[in-house]
Write a protein that binds this ligand. Sequence first.
Ligand SMILES: *[C@@H]1O[C@H](CO)[C@@H](O)[C@H](O)[C@H]1NC(C)=O
Ligand SMILES: *[C@@H]1O[C@H](CO)[C@@H](O)[C@H](O)[C@H]1NC(C)=O
Ligand SMILES: *[C@@H]1O[C@H](CO)[C@@H](O)[C@H](O)[C@H]1NC(C)=O
Ligand SMILES: *[C@@H]1O[C@H](CO)[C@@H](O)[C@H](O)[C@H]1NC(C)=O
Length: 965
Amino acid sequence: MKTRFLFFLLFILTTAAETTDPTLNDDILGLIVFKADLEDPQSKLASWNEDDVDPCGWVGVKCDSRSRRVAELSLDGLGLSGKIGRGLLQLSSLRKLSLSRNNFSGALNPDLTRLENLHTVDLSDNALSGPIPSKFFWQCRSLRSVSLAVNRLSGEIPATVGNCLTLASLNLSSNLISGSLPSEILSLYGLRVLDLSGNFLIGKIPSGMGRMFNLRTVSLKRNWLSGILPDDIGGCLLLRSLDLGENLLSGVLPETMRRLAMCSYLSLRSNNFTGDVPLWLGDMKNLRTLDLSKNGFSGGVPDSIGSLQFLKRLNFSENSLTGSLPESMGSCRGLVVVDFSRNSLVGSLPSWLFQLGLQKILLSGNNLNGSVRISSASEQTVQILDLSANTFSGLIPSEIEGLLSLQTLNLSHNFFIGSIPVIFGKLNVLEVVDLSVNQLHGNIPQEIGAAVSLRDLKLEKNSLSGGIPIQIGNCSSLTSLILSHNNLSGPIPPTLAKLTNLQIIDLSRNNLSGNLPKELSALPHLLSLNISHNFFSGEVPSGLFNKISPSSLSDNPDLCGSAVNRSCSTVLPKPIVLNPNSSSSHSPSSEFSPENLRHKKIILSISALIAIGAAVLIALGVITITLLNFHVRAATSHSAATLNISDDYMSQSPATDANSGKLVMFGRDDPDFSTGAHAILNKDCELGRGGFGTVYKTVLRDGKPVVIKKLTVSSLVKSRDDFEREIKKFGKMKHPNLVCLEGYYWTKSLQLLIYEFVSGGSLFKHLHESPELNCLSWQERFDIILGVARSLAHLHRHGIIHYNLKSNNVLIDGSGEPKIADYGLAKLLPMLDRYILSSKIQSALGYMAPEFACQAVKITDKCDVYGFGVLVLEIVTGKKPVEYMEDDVVVLCDVVRGALDEGRVEECLDGRLAGKFPVEEAVPVVKLGLICTSQVPSNRPDMNEVVKILELIRCPQDSQADDLC
Ligand SMILES: *[C@@H]1O[C@H](CO)[C@@H](O)[C@H](O)[C@H]1NC(C)=O
Ligand SMILES: *[C@@H]1O[C@H](CO)[C@@H](O)[C@H](O)[C@H]1NC(C)=O
Ligand SMILES: *[C@@H]1O[C@H](CO)[C@@H](O)[C@H](O)[C@H]1NC(C)=O
Ligand SMILES: *[C@@H]1O[C@H](CO)[C@@H](O)[C@H](O)[C@H]1NC(C)=O
């Protein structure tokens, strides 16, 4: 219905309308047709109803009160789009057309200006394109104001513009207009506002401009205008605002400009003007903003600036000004912003600087010198104080604490001495503090914690000492923390991890030590972290540091982990035994100076219960943890003995009962155990580090050696109840081929697992590090394979997946029996996060089943079967699962599989076994290994089947195999 009606209207419009007298009906028809041409997605023009007798009540429409003809159409910002249609041409009484801030597109309709009464046209901020038609200005009759700003109009400004003698305002800014300024524009004597900024105008500003004496506002900024300013520019006596910034204008400023006494805004920024800053600028008495920045002005700052009484903003930055800042400027009472950055000014700070109520003081990059004196402590207006890159010296004045509105303080690259003044507790809106590259001493004040709005803190290249205050954890807005090149010591405060906005941390080249808090890896926005050239130690937490370039970790000799290519994980059976009676023969004597030794003996003779490691304190040396409040509980079937151990390893303060942990030893209730005892924590008893924690060896009071594993995944460990449930399950896993879990210790922050000590070292050592003469015989190897298979079958029967099978985790006891360690620990993680897991056990590279990498596949015990298969191949070939050659990576299974296909599988066997193994056993074992490493989990046998197969493979009798090779 409706479209048919509009079609009908259009038909009428193009035929009858031209011939009839203009009537009210024409206005309705015109508007309806205009509406039909546009899109109105928000139905803003819903009130425009063709059945009305009168459009005067429609949205955006205003009528002349007498003639009732449409006089104004204002549809700004209504989200309209489409074409500005011909319907408007019917509105013959239209005086004002304003369609700004819509999305009208297409070309500019040149006939619009034919409307006799049209006074104001504002089509700014639309998507009009194409050139401005000559006709647009040719036929203008009463046009006073035209704005076509912020469109996509292109081409040149038509010379016909000179015809619109009535024009008072022409705004063509922010289009794609090119070419030069037509000289015809000079005949627009009535023009008050000319804005051609943000186009591609080239060439010179035509001389004769001075005849346009009505001009009030001229903006030609952001074009490519070049050449010198016309000499007569001073003729525009009424000029209030002149913006010629960001062009290519050059030469000296014409002296006629001194006559622009009304001018309050003058920007010549970013041009190529040269010569002295003219003395006569002082005659432009009305100036409020004077921006000569980024030019080639030279010479001194004229004293006459002082006569600019109303001056508020002065920007002379990035010129070549010399001399000192004139004292005369003290009379610029209204001054708010001064920017003299990047000139060659000398001398000391003028006295007016802190007396005028300035908000922004920017003087960086000059040669200003002397000490900084802030005369009036009541100066509360300063928001930005940038004195960087000068040669200021002396102390940072303590009066700075009176600058209560200070947001940015930049004193970097000077010669300030002394300590950091009390700014942080006092100045509550500080956002940026840059004191870098000075000669400051002393500590970073603890009051830093009060700086809650601080975003950037830069203190690098000073001589600051002491620790990083833990209070820094309260600076919740901090995004950038740069403390490099100082003498800071102590650890990274863990509170740093609370600063979730941090993006950049640079602590390089200090004397910082301790472990890297793994919580840092949780910082969501961290882009860069540099801790190089310090004394950090311990494992580099995965997750974070794997993403960070090795150079930002470099020169921390005690760091380990894959990120620094230094292994933490080797469980090297280099037994550094704590008991001095047995230790002397094994330990390097240097570590046991007589005094040390005596000290240890004393501790041990009183105590000797458990050596417990806590990484924080390892760095600090020998720490005692007191066992307190011993309780016996024999409630469970395991008759567990329960002790409380004070959990003071964090605070280093004497034990408090409040935070005590719980020690449970399975199957022990002997009274010897119950006497209160001391435990010591000592790096000397560290056996090694694995994916899940650090391993220590110690001797229980009853003389039984145990291994203590301190879990490093503590934040990942489940709740105490879950932890205990899992652990008790492991505690029940008695099997000759499993390392027995003897007990555990639990607090929120520290979890220890206590295992039986296995004396013979790891399978890895036996296979890859023992001398040729001493290598495992075939028989021993077969026994190990079978033992491992049995223990895995046992675990799987009880629903435990090992997850981390590798030759490092297979220990060989005194009688050659294999015992698997580390089983099921992955189960302690709250969720089986494969990312964490695979990074935790990345040292198990090569043993990991392919489905592990695949989020979608369920991890089953077939995963262990894969690892077992790799282990089998490792045992029979004596080669590591993955070997890194000079420019090649050799994956064991692939090599063996290839060899099998080519029928030369025997060549793969460990060379040290040459001729000393029964082929009829060896080949099936290799095949079994290969089947276990099938890519598809369901193609792998389960461990029960593996055990049966192995028992079948074993030859009934084979004596020769017992020989050593
Ligand atoms: C403006 O109109 C064009 C098409 O004419 C369309 O692609 C664009 O999304 C519109 N923009 C807005 C802001 O409506
Ligand atoms: C020109 O139009 C733009 C966009 O509407 C506006 O921002 C600017 O202030 C106008 N120029 C002058 C001198 O009024
Ligand atoms: C400014 O002038 C200098 C020499 O007077 C010239 O080398 C330089 O290219 C000019 N810069 C621009 C942007 O025109
Ligand atoms: C001064 O001018 C420079 C260059 O044009 C500009 O980067 C700076 O922000 C200006 N200073 C102030 C305080 O506006």
